[in-house]
Write a protein that binds this ligand. Sequence first.
Ligand code: MRU
Length: 469
Amino acid sequence: LPDRPSGTPPPDPEPSAGTSGAGGAGAGKPVPAEADLERRRFFRQFAGDLFQAAATVVGTASMIQRSSAEAAQAILQPEEGAATLAGSTMLDERGAGAIAGGFRTPFRLLDDGILVLIDQRRLPDEIVDQPVRNASEAAWAIREMVVRGAPAIGQVAALGIARSARLARMTRPHARRAMLRGAANALIAARPTAVNLRWAVDRVMARYLEIGELSEDGEAIAAAVQQEAETIVHQATVDHGRLAEFGLEVLPVPEGRPLRLLTHCNTGPLACGQFGTALGIVQVAHHAERELHVWVDETRPYLQGARLTAWELAQAGVPHSLIADSAAGWLMARGEVDAILVGADRIAANGDTANKIGTYALAVLADRHGIPFYVCAPLSSVDLETPDGAGIQIEERSGEELLVIRGKRIAPAATGARNPAFDVTPAELITGIVTEEGVLRAPFGPALVAARAAAAERWAAAPAFGTRP
Ligand code: MRU
């Protein structure tokens, strides 16, 4: 397991108009259930309200939303009839709950605009809030894996910049420019492989540029950046719901026995903000009453499968078993895997896909055994500027993640380790890419371009999220 995190972000280098002290009350500490009124209020809200965005997500995905709410209600035993929406700046006419989500959503906004993340380093042992007050704290949280998963880190980065733009609205234009540019660079550098991060930062910074980098109107900049960040979250929510439903179509239907899926790393709401990608499909299938069982790769060395995917599946009531990563090939050889669903951190223009280390080995094994291998990812994970997998930067992480488990060294002191966090699966090993525009098949190059265009057209035709300033 990763080291027990010590957990507070670095001091705030930015103006902190109107914010509470560093780290906020209880930052990085477990919050006693009885004292955690804010969290209870938040879960009550989730349990009581279907969020508006779900209205645009048809069918099973919205059923998931409802039953997740029921699950949250049961788990947290909120008082009967407790209300409702106070507590988030997002929970208003601009699309209630697109950001607030609920129990399994890794972040939410408080009244004063502070972003609160669930510290994923602490799961599944405890649910701990980590306040994030500006972009540099967001970069810290992403770097330290408080939040992880490609779509989620993009959303948190966008919200972090929005927060900094708000804090800087009274700042002189040159200073604001330096601050926002610095924030954008720090966020993009926080994790190099997941392209969603750069994509989201570029989107909010483009809105800033649209107004003018040296504009005097700090309020307009803050409003525009905030609106773009909220739009990113809203669109991800809708798109992931669509993706989950498209994914249902590709699942094999075995005769007289449960469907056996295998997944790697964590691709649920913790990684995505809502629904999840590969795990979103699993949940849609479960809610559609398809009998299934999920083999969960533990995902050494960081154990996203054991710690996070198993936690999410347990909460969703989906039958699953943890397996050692190295057991996957044997289960395939025995005919115990019907399909493999994984996420993506970056899909190059030709379909080559970077995902959590171990994904490539699964794809090779799937090919050997004739098992369908699906990459499930939103189009924000597609990088059309990188022609193929050779151009994708692979994050190398500390060898300590391999050498030390729960604070105990498992290898001789003299032994070092190499720890690439991702690998690249060549397009030819991928059966299909499940996206919010449908399931793409080879040749992936033109399919990805067409899907991107279709998504842009769909969103251009949709009413703007919130009031565009
Ligand atoms: O290092 P992580 O935990 O951020 O890696 C996450 C993954 O590899 C996921 O599979 C990927 O981000 C897709 S999430 C839908």
